[in-house]
Ligand binder design. Structure first.
Ligand SMILES: Nc1ncnc2c1ncn2[C@@H]1O[C@H](COP(=O)(O)OP(=O)(O)OP(=O)(O)O)[C@@H](O)[C@H]1O
Ligand SMILES: Nc1nc2c(ncn2[C@@H]2O[C@H](COP(=O)(O)O)[C@@H](O)[C@H]2O)c(=O)[nH]1
Length: 223
């Protein structure tokens, strides 16, 4: 039997991808595994190197903390934080399925980050920008492509400012990238579904409805 299809989640920075993703992984524990990307950007407060949600079973086994505390401390967004030199070396060696320059930093998905998740028969989730989507389309990964979009540029800017993770310079770069993303994602056939994340509940229900078949496959395989 072939494993579950991977899922590519894309959309402008600040649209709400990781907010939705965290919720999904919490509700469907043991169904999804996050493909931990590499990046040359600096870690934000609370981010740790190389910690994906698919390490959850190990964390649960090794600690006496309540499950809720562990879940809130584990981010699905953490990266392998690397230097430009080591990232470029990995790219040159063919270790990445895709890579891109975004807001002044390099980002990329290593082949092993996907293989690690797929080896556990989990639905592999990739959170990538629009360049990542275009590059993954040239591979044989065959994921479900989902775009999370903000209701408007104004709301996106407010969410990014309120998140307090960006300098004015990186915020402006992200807004510029968002304009391009919002245009490209309108092209027919790029995404299987485009979800407008206005009301979080509604967006989350739509996200689940697209994934219901793959979720069922993983749950059936566990029986
Ligand atoms: N539906 C929503 N309504 C209001 N605020 C939201 C909604 N969804 C997400 N947010 C908030 O918007 C901010 C950006 O969300 P989030 O960090 O999930 O975006 P992202 O798409 O993962 O961004 P990035 O690509 O930069 O990681 C967060 O502070 C989050 O709490
Ligand atoms: N092409 C890729 N894009 C990626 C990857 N990992 C994350 N991203 C995208 O980068 C931006 C910014 O992320 P942030 O964590 O710095 O806010 C966001 O749009 C992500 O989707 C990757 O491996 N490849």
């Amino acid at each position: 039997m072939s494993g579950p299809r991977p899922v590519v989640l894309s959309g402008p920075s600040g649209a709400g991808k990781s907010t939705l993703l965290k919720r999904l992984m919490k509700e469907y524990e043991g169904v999804f595994g996050f493909s931990v990307s590499h990046t040359t950007r600096n870690p934000r407060p609370g981010e740790e190197d190389g910690k994906g949600l698919n390490c959850l079973p190990m964390l649960l086994g090794a600690t006496l903390l309540p499950v809720a505390d562990i879940l809130s401390s584990v981010s699905s967004e953490d990266y392998h934080f690397v230097t430009r030199e080591s990232m470029q070396e990995g790219i040159d060696k063919g270790e990445f399925i895709e890579n891109a320059e975004f807001s002044g930093n390099m980002y990329g998905t290593s082949k092993s980050s996907i293989e690690d998740v797929q080896a556990q028969n989990l639905i592999c989730i990739l959170d990538v920008d629009i360049q990542g989507v275009q590059n993954i389309k040239k591979t044989d990964l065959n994921p479900i492509y989902i775009s999370i979009q903000p209701p408007s540029m104004e709301i996106l800017e407010k969410r990014l400012r309120d998140r307090q993770t960006e300098t004015e310079d990186s915020l402006q770069k992200r807004l510029e990238a968002a304009r391009i993303d919002m245009e490209l994602s309108k092209e027919p056939g790029v995404f299987d579904i485009v979800i407008i994340n206005d009301d979080l509940e509604g967006a989350y229900e739509k996200l689940k409805s697209v994934l219901v078949e793959e979720i069922q496959k993983v749950q059936d395989a566990k029986k």
